[in-house]
Design a protein around this ligand. Structure first.
Ligand SMILES: [Zn+2]
Length: 80
């Protein structure tokens, strides 16, 4: 682990934190493939993204975006 990243507990906290920093359009370090619980698979090209099928919001902080395990769900359309 690289350390130094703030560890946020929930997906909602991640979305709020990243948006407050104006980094919600940033690209993650690795373009992960998300296997959504709805069955959709999509490329994670921004640190905050909605599933194109069910619109579940996925979020990760840019500094921890190298590990897919750090990507959290925040709820349907949480990021708007
Ligand atoms: Zn989905």
């Amino acid at each position: 682990m690289s350390g130094g990243c703030s560890s946020l507990k929930s997906g909602q906290e991640v979305v709020d934190h990243v948006k407050s920093k104006g980094k919600d359009q940033f690209a993650p370090k690795v373009e992960h493939k998300i296997n959504c619980e709805c069955g959709e698979t999509f490329s994670f090209t921004k640190v905050i993204m909605n599933c194109p099928n069910c619109e579940m919001t996925y979020a990760v902080t840019p500094c921890s975006s190298g590990d897919i395990n750090n990507i959290k769900t925040a709820g349907i359309k949480y990021a708007g």
